[in-house]
Design a protein around this ligand. Sequence first.
Ligand SMILES: [Zn+2]
Length: 391
Amino acid sequence: MEDLFSDPRRWRDVDKLLSRPGNIVGQDFEPSPTLREDIGDIVRVLVVGAGGLGCELLKDLALSGFKNIDVIDMDTIEVSNLDRQFLFRIQDVGKSKAEVAAERVMKRINGVNITSRFCRIEDKDLSFFNDFNIIVLGLDSIEARSYINSIACGFLEYDEDDKPLLVTIKPIVDGGTEETPITAAHCIELCTSDQMARGPSWKLFDADDPEHMQWVYSEALKTAELFGITGVTYSLAQGVVKNLIPAIASTNAIVSAACALETLKIVSGCSKMLSNYLTYNGLDGTHIKVTDFVRDTDCLFCGAGTLIELDTSTTLSQLLVSKASVTYRGKNLYMQSPPILEEMTRANLQLRMFDLMDKVPRDTSFLRKLRVVFKWVTDEASSRAHKLSRL
Ligand SMILES: [Zn+2]
Protein backbone atom coordinates (compact mmCIF):
# COMPACT_ATOMS: atom_id res chain seq x y z
CA MET A 1 0.00 0.00 0.00
CA GLU A 2 1.22 3.46 -0.87
CA ASP A 3 2.43 5.41 2.13
CA LEU A 4 -0.01 8.31 2.18
CA PHE A 5 1.81 10.08 5.00
CA SER A 6 5.08 10.34 3.11
CA ASP A 7 3.58 11.44 -0.22
CA PRO A 8 3.84 15.27 -0.18
CA ARG A 9 0.93 15.62 -2.62
CA ARG A 10 -1.34 14.06 -0.03
CA TRP A 11 -0.86 17.08 2.26
CA ARG A 12 -0.94 19.87 -0.30
CA ASP A 13 -4.25 21.36 0.86
CA VAL A 14 -3.67 21.00 4.61
CA ASP A 15 -0.18 22.47 4.23
CA LYS A 16 -1.59 25.49 2.38
CA LEU A 17 -3.71 26.23 5.44
CA LEU A 18 -0.84 25.73 7.88
CA SER A 19 2.10 27.29 6.07
CA ARG A 20 0.66 30.60 4.89
CA PRO A 21 -0.31 33.74 6.80
CA GLY A 22 -3.73 35.30 6.19
CA ASN A 23 -6.26 37.89 7.25
CA ILE A 24 -8.57 35.59 9.18
CA VAL A 25 -6.01 33.52 11.05
CA GLY A 26 -6.03 33.21 14.84
CA GLN A 27 -4.15 35.70 17.02
CA ASP A 28 -1.22 33.42 17.87
CA PHE A 29 -0.98 31.65 14.52
CA GLU A 30 2.56 31.10 13.31
CA PRO A 31 2.56 29.58 9.83
CA SER A 32 5.31 27.08 9.21
CA PRO A 33 6.12 24.38 6.65
CA THR A 34 6.60 21.95 9.54
CA LEU A 35 3.44 22.90 11.45
CA ARG A 36 1.47 19.86 10.23
CA GLU A 37 4.18 17.50 11.38
CA ASP A 38 4.55 19.33 14.68
CA ILE A 39 0.80 19.04 15.31
CA GLY A 40 0.94 15.37 14.36
CA ASP A 41 3.76 14.74 16.81
CA ILE A 42 2.55 16.84 19.74
CA VAL A 43 -1.25 16.97 19.78
CA ARG A 44 -3.25 14.16 21.40
CA VAL A 45 -6.90 13.88 20.33
CA LEU A 46 -9.61 11.86 22.07
CA VAL A 47 -12.52 10.73 19.90
CA VAL A 48 -15.52 9.65 21.98
CA GLY A 49 -17.73 7.22 20.05
CA ALA A 50 -16.87 4.94 17.14
CA GLY A 51 -20.31 4.75 15.54
CA GLY A 52 -21.64 6.52 12.44
CA LEU A 53 -20.02 9.85 13.23
CA GLY A 54 -17.01 8.33 15.03
CA CYS A 55 -15.95 6.28 11.98
CA GLU A 56 -16.01 9.43 9.84
CA LEU A 57 -14.17 11.46 12.50
CA LEU A 58 -11.31 8.96 12.85
CA LYS A 59 -10.78 8.93 9.10
CA ASP A 60 -11.07 12.73 8.74
CA LEU A 61 -8.75 13.50 11.68
CA ALA A 62 -6.13 11.04 10.44
CA LEU A 63 -6.32 12.60 6.96
CA SER A 64 -5.95 16.09 8.51
CA GLY A 65 -2.52 15.24 9.93
CA PHE A 66 -3.40 14.11 13.46
CA LYS A 67 -1.22 11.14 14.39
CA ASN A 68 -1.98 10.51 18.06
CA ILE A 69 -5.63 9.62 18.44
CA ASP A 70 -7.48 7.62 21.09
CA VAL A 71 -10.98 6.32 20.52
CA ILE A 72 -13.35 5.14 23.24
CA ASP A 73 -16.60 3.22 22.71
CA MET A 74 -18.30 0.51 24.78
CA ASP A 75 -20.43 -0.84 21.93
CA THR A 76 -19.98 -3.87 19.70
CA ILE A 77 -20.76 -3.95 15.99
CA GLU A 78 -24.26 -5.02 14.91
CA VAL A 79 -25.53 -5.99 11.46
CA SER A 80 -27.71 -2.88 11.34
CA ASN A 81 -24.60 -0.65 11.71
CA LEU A 82 -23.03 -1.85 8.47
CA ASP A 83 -24.95 0.42 6.10
CA ARG A 84 -23.39 3.64 7.41
CA GLN A 85 -20.50 2.78 9.76
CA PHE A 86 -18.26 2.26 6.79
CA LEU A 87 -15.18 0.94 8.59
CA PHE A 88 -17.02 -2.26 9.60
CA ARG A 89 -17.61 -5.48 7.63
CA ILE A 90 -20.01 -8.39 8.14
CA GLN A 91 -17.24 -10.51 9.73
CA ASP A 92 -16.75 -7.78 12.38
CA VAL A 93 -20.23 -8.25 13.88
CA GLY A 94 -19.90 -8.79 17.63
CA LYS A 95 -16.44 -7.20 17.85
CA SER A 96 -15.59 -3.89 19.58
CA LYS A 97 -16.36 -0.83 17.45
CA ALA A 98 -13.38 1.09 18.87
CA GLU A 99 -10.92 -1.73 18.20
CA VAL A 100 -12.06 -2.48 14.64
CA ALA A 101 -12.33 1.22 13.68
CA ALA A 102 -8.81 1.95 14.98
CA GLU A 103 -7.36 -1.05 13.19
CA ARG A 104 -9.03 -0.17 9.84
CA VAL A 105 -7.91 3.47 9.81
CA MET A 106 -4.34 2.59 10.81
CA LYS A 107 -4.23 0.02 7.99
CA ARG A 108 -5.27 2.60 5.40
CA ILE A 109 -3.30 5.61 6.63
CA ASN A 110 0.31 4.88 7.50
CA GLY A 111 1.88 6.85 10.33
CA VAL A 112 -1.29 7.39 12.36
CA ASN A 113 -1.44 5.77 15.77
CA ILE A 114 -4.95 5.11 17.10
CA THR A 115 -5.32 3.58 20.57
CA SER A 116 -8.70 1.94 21.10
CA ARG A 117 -10.54 1.79 24.43
CA PHE A 118 -13.33 -0.77 24.54
CA CYS A 119 -15.04 0.49 27.70
CA ARG A 120 -17.45 3.04 29.16
CA ILE A 121 -16.32 6.67 29.43
CA GLU A 122 -17.18 6.49 33.15
CA ASP A 123 -14.54 3.76 33.58
CA LYS A 124 -11.75 6.25 32.89
CA ASP A 125 -10.46 8.56 35.60
CA LEU A 126 -9.73 12.29 35.33
CA SER A 127 -6.04 11.86 34.53
CA PHE A 128 -6.98 9.89 31.41
CA PHE A 129 -8.95 12.85 30.02
CA ASN A 130 -6.35 15.38 31.13
CA ASP A 131 -3.75 13.81 28.82
CA PHE A 132 -5.60 15.03 25.71
CA ASN A 133 -5.27 18.45 24.13
CA ILE A 134 -8.73 18.29 22.56
CA ILE A 135 -11.80 16.06 22.79
CA VAL A 136 -14.00 15.36 19.76
CA LEU A 137 -17.45 13.85 20.33
CA GLY A 138 -19.32 11.49 18.03
CA LEU A 139 -22.11 10.59 20.44
CA ASP A 140 -25.85 10.07 20.30
CA SER A 141 -26.76 10.61 23.94
CA ILE A 142 -27.20 13.80 25.95
CA GLU A 143 -26.05 12.02 29.14
CA ALA A 144 -22.65 11.11 27.69
CA ARG A 145 -22.22 14.65 26.32
CA SER A 146 -23.00 16.20 29.72
CA TYR A 147 -20.59 13.80 31.40
CA ILE A 148 -17.67 14.72 29.12
CA ASN A 149 -18.59 18.41 29.41
CA SER A 150 -18.50 18.30 33.22
CA ILE A 151 -15.14 16.51 33.12
CA ALA A 152 -13.62 19.06 30.74
CA CYS A 153 -15.01 21.97 32.81
CA GLY A 154 -13.54 20.36 35.95
CA PHE A 155 -10.04 21.23 34.68
CA LEU A 156 -10.84 24.97 34.54
CA GLU A 157 -8.99 27.47 36.71
CA TYR A 158 -9.77 31.19 36.80
CA ASP A 159 -7.87 34.47 37.00
CA GLU A 160 -8.61 37.40 39.34
CA ASP A 161 -11.39 38.59 37.05
CA ASP A 162 -13.08 35.17 37.07
CA LYS A 163 -12.05 34.56 33.46
CA PRO A 164 -10.96 30.96 32.70
CA LEU A 165 -7.16 30.64 32.35
CA LEU A 166 -6.44 29.80 28.72
CA VAL A 167 -4.04 26.98 29.59
CA THR A 168 -6.72 25.20 31.64
CA ILE A 169 -9.34 25.17 28.86
CA LYS A 170 -9.90 21.70 27.41
CA PRO A 171 -11.64 22.28 24.07
CA ILE A 172 -14.50 20.01 23.02
CA VAL A 173 -15.74 19.74 19.44
CA ASP A 174 -19.19 18.17 19.56
CA GLY A 175 -20.94 16.80 16.50
CA GLY A 176 -24.37 15.20 16.25
CA THR A 177 -26.60 13.95 13.47
CA GLU A 178 -30.22 12.98 13.24
CA GLU A 179 -31.79 11.19 10.34
CA THR A 180 -35.27 12.07 9.18
CA PRO A 181 -36.90 9.36 7.08
CA ILE A 182 -37.87 10.39 3.54
CA THR A 183 -39.05 7.10 2.03
CA ALA A 184 -41.13 4.13 3.20
CA ALA A 185 -38.04 1.90 3.11
CA HIS A 186 -36.23 4.40 5.26
CA CYS A 187 -38.97 4.26 7.93
CA ILE A 188 -38.66 0.50 8.07
CA GLU A 189 -34.90 0.63 8.21
CA LEU A 190 -34.85 3.14 11.08
CA CYS A 191 -37.20 0.94 13.10
CA THR A 192 -35.08 -2.13 12.37
CA SER A 193 -31.89 -0.51 13.57
CA ASP A 194 -33.67 0.85 16.65
CA GLN A 195 -35.36 -2.39 17.63
CA MET A 196 -32.64 -3.55 20.01
CA ALA A 197 -32.79 -0.26 21.89
CA ARG A 198 -36.51 0.24 22.32
CA GLY A 199 -38.22 -2.90 21.04
CA PRO A 200 -39.39 -5.93 22.95
CA SER A 201 -36.75 -7.88 24.87
CA TRP A 202 -35.53 -10.08 22.04
CA LYS A 203 -32.01 -11.37 22.38
CA LEU A 204 -31.51 -11.33 18.61
CA PHE A 205 -33.78 -9.93 15.95
CA ASP A 206 -35.04 -12.65 13.63
CA ALA A 207 -36.52 -11.51 10.31
CA ASP A 208 -38.13 -14.95 9.84
CA ASP A 209 -40.08 -14.68 13.10
CA PRO A 210 -43.56 -13.29 12.22
CA GLU A 211 -43.88 -11.71 15.67
CA HIS A 212 -40.63 -9.76 15.18
CA MET A 213 -41.60 -8.71 11.66
CA GLN A 214 -45.06 -7.61 12.79
CA TRP A 215 -43.45 -5.35 15.40
CA VAL A 216 -41.10 -3.75 12.85
CA TYR A 217 -44.00 -3.28 10.42
CA SER A 218 -46.27 -1.56 12.97
CA GLU A 219 -43.42 0.65 14.29
CA ALA A 220 -42.49 1.65 10.71
CA LEU A 221 -46.15 2.52 10.05
CA LYS A 222 -46.18 4.83 13.07
CA THR A 223 -42.95 6.53 11.93
CA ALA A 224 -44.31 6.91 8.39
CA GLU A 225 -47.50 8.49 9.69
CA LEU A 226 -45.48 10.93 11.79
CA PHE A 227 -43.54 12.15 8.74
CA GLY A 228 -46.45 11.93 6.28
CA ILE A 229 -44.88 9.11 4.26
CA THR A 230 -46.97 6.50 2.47
CA GLY A 231 -46.11 3.08 1.05
CA VAL A 232 -45.10 1.07 4.12
CA THR A 233 -46.39 -2.46 3.62
CA TYR A 234 -45.65 -5.75 5.35
CA SER A 235 -43.95 -7.19 2.27
CA LEU A 236 -41.81 -4.07 1.78
CA ALA A 237 -40.79 -4.36 5.44
CA GLN A 238 -39.72 -7.96 4.82
CA GLY A 239 -37.71 -6.92 1.77
CA VAL A 240 -35.95 -4.07 3.55
CA VAL A 241 -35.16 -6.06 6.67
CA LYS A 242 -33.58 -8.88 4.69
CA ASN A 243 -31.54 -6.62 2.40
CA LEU A 244 -30.50 -3.54 4.28
CA ILE A 245 -30.74 -0.51 2.03
CA PRO A 246 -27.88 2.00 2.03
CA ALA A 247 -28.42 4.76 4.58
CA ILE A 248 -27.86 8.40 3.76
CA ALA A 249 -24.27 8.51 5.02
CA SER A 250 -23.62 12.00 3.70
CA THR A 251 -24.99 13.73 6.84
CA ASN A 252 -22.39 12.05 9.04
CA ALA A 253 -19.69 12.86 6.48
CA ILE A 254 -20.62 16.55 6.34
CA VAL A 255 -20.86 16.98 10.12
CA SER A 256 -17.62 15.06 10.66
CA ALA A 257 -15.77 17.16 8.08
CA ALA A 258 -16.89 20.34 9.87
CA CYS A 259 -15.76 18.91 13.22
CA ALA A 260 -12.35 17.78 11.92
CA LEU A 261 -11.77 21.20 10.38
CA GLU A 262 -12.68 22.97 13.63
CA THR A 263 -10.32 20.64 15.51
CA LEU A 264 -7.48 21.60 13.17
CA LYS A 265 -8.36 25.30 13.50
CA ILE A 266 -8.47 25.15 17.31
CA VAL A 267 -5.08 23.42 17.71
CA SER A 268 -3.30 25.43 14.99
CA GLY A 269 -5.07 28.79 14.89
CA CYS A 270 -4.82 28.61 11.08
CA SER A 271 -8.26 30.21 10.65
CA LYS A 272 -11.03 31.91 12.58
CA MET A 273 -12.94 29.42 14.69
CA LEU A 274 -16.62 28.78 14.14
CA SER A 275 -18.53 30.74 16.71
CA ASN A 276 -19.95 28.53 18.00
CA TYR A 277 -22.86 26.34 16.89
CA LEU A 278 -23.50 25.20 13.33
CA THR A 279 -26.68 23.56 12.10
CA TYR A 280 -26.83 21.78 8.77
CA ASN A 281 -30.16 20.73 7.34
CA GLY A 282 -30.09 18.65 4.17
CA LEU A 283 -33.78 17.80 4.10
CA ASP A 284 -34.99 20.51 1.71
CA GLY A 285 -31.99 21.54 -0.33
CA THR A 286 -29.08 22.57 1.83
CA HIS A 287 -29.41 24.90 4.73
CA ILE A 288 -26.54 25.93 7.02
CA LYS A 289 -26.86 28.31 9.93
CA VAL A 290 -24.34 29.45 12.54
CA THR A 291 -25.56 30.60 15.94
CA ASP A 292 -23.29 32.33 18.43
CA PHE A 293 -24.38 31.08 21.84
CA VAL A 294 -23.36 33.27 24.76
CA ARG A 295 -21.75 31.58 27.74
CA ASP A 296 -23.68 31.84 30.99
CA THR A 297 -21.10 33.19 33.46
CA ASP A 298 -23.15 31.65 36.29
CA CYS A 299 -23.08 28.22 34.62
CA LEU A 300 -22.62 25.50 37.22
CA PHE A 301 -20.16 23.67 34.96
CA CYS A 302 -17.98 26.32 33.32
CA GLY A 303 -18.78 29.38 35.47
CA ALA A 304 -16.22 30.67 37.94
CA GLY A 305 -18.55 30.32 40.92
CA THR A 306 -18.19 32.28 44.14
CA LEU A 307 -14.76 32.60 45.66
CA ILE A 308 -14.59 32.18 49.44
CA GLU A 309 -11.59 32.46 51.70
CA LEU A 310 -11.12 29.97 54.53
CA ASP A 311 -8.75 29.47 57.41
CA THR A 312 -6.75 26.27 57.09
CA SER A 313 -8.41 25.07 60.29
CA THR A 314 -11.96 25.29 58.89
CA THR A 315 -13.77 21.96 59.03
CA LEU A 316 -16.52 20.95 56.66
CA SER A 317 -19.28 21.59 59.20
CA GLN A 318 -17.88 25.04 59.91
CA LEU A 319 -17.82 25.74 56.20
CA LEU A 320 -21.42 24.66 55.92
CA VAL A 321 -22.88 26.45 58.94
CA SER A 322 -20.78 29.43 59.78
CA LYS A 323 -18.58 30.48 56.89
CA ALA A 324 -21.23 31.24 54.35
CA SER A 325 -23.80 33.95 54.18
CA VAL A 326 -26.76 32.76 52.21
CA THR A 327 -29.39 34.78 50.47
CA TYR A 328 -32.30 33.60 48.43
CA ARG A 329 -34.22 35.91 46.11
CA GLY A 330 -33.06 38.96 48.07
CA LYS A 331 -33.99 37.41 51.43
CA ASN A 332 -31.22 36.83 53.98
CA LEU A 333 -31.34 33.18 54.97
CA TYR A 334 -28.20 33.34 57.05
CA MET A 335 -25.70 36.17 57.53
CA GLN A 336 -22.51 35.49 59.43
CA SER A 337 -21.95 39.19 60.09
CA PRO A 338 -22.69 41.76 61.44
CA PRO A 339 -23.65 40.09 64.75
CA ILE A 340 -27.11 41.63 64.75
CA LEU A 341 -27.94 40.06 61.39
CA GLU A 342 -26.33 36.80 62.47
CA GLU A 343 -28.63 36.72 65.47
CA MET A 344 -31.69 37.57 63.40
CA THR A 345 -31.02 34.82 60.87
CA ARG A 346 -29.55 32.16 63.19
CA ALA A 347 -32.89 30.39 63.72
CA ASN A 348 -33.05 29.70 59.98
CA LEU A 349 -30.13 27.28 60.34
CA GLN A 350 -32.56 24.77 61.84
CA LEU A 351 -35.20 25.22 59.16
CA ARG A 352 -35.64 23.02 56.15
CA MET A 353 -34.16 24.38 52.90
CA PHE A 354 -37.38 23.41 51.19
CA ASP A 355 -39.34 25.82 53.40
CA LEU A 356 -36.67 28.52 53.20
CA MET A 357 -36.81 28.35 49.41
CA ASP A 358 -40.60 28.90 49.34
CA LYS A 359 -41.17 25.22 48.47
CA VAL A 360 -39.88 25.75 44.93
CA PRO A 361 -39.19 22.23 43.61
CA ARG A 362 -36.29 23.22 41.39
CA ASP A 363 -34.38 26.50 41.33
CA THR A 364 -30.98 26.37 39.72
CA SER A 365 -30.46 30.12 40.13
CA PHE A 366 -29.95 29.42 43.82
CA LEU A 367 -27.11 26.99 43.18
CA ARG A 368 -23.68 28.56 43.13
CA LYS A 369 -20.39 26.84 42.67
CA LEU A 370 -17.90 27.66 45.42
CA ARG A 371 -14.20 28.13 44.84
CA VAL A 372 -11.99 27.98 47.90
CA VAL A 373 -8.71 29.70 48.75
CA PHE A 374 -6.87 29.23 52.05
CA LYS A 375 -5.46 32.17 53.92
CA TRP A 376 -1.67 32.42 54.07
CA VAL A 377 -1.12 29.38 51.86
CA THR A 378 0.51 30.11 48.49
CA ASP A 379 -0.57 28.09 45.53
CA GLU A 380 2.34 26.81 43.45
CA ALA A 381 0.16 25.30 40.76
CA SER A 382 -1.92 28.40 40.13
CA SER A 383 1.05 30.78 40.02
CA ARG A 384 2.60 28.43 37.47
CA ALA A 385 -0.60 28.53 35.42
CA HIS A 386 -0.58 32.32 35.53
CA LYS A 387 2.96 32.43 34.22
CA LEU A 388 2.14 29.97 31.44
CA SER A 389 -0.91 31.90 30.29
CA ARG A 390 1.21 35.02 29.85
CA LEU A 391 3.61 33.24 27.49
ZN1 LIG B 1 -21.25 26.33 30.92
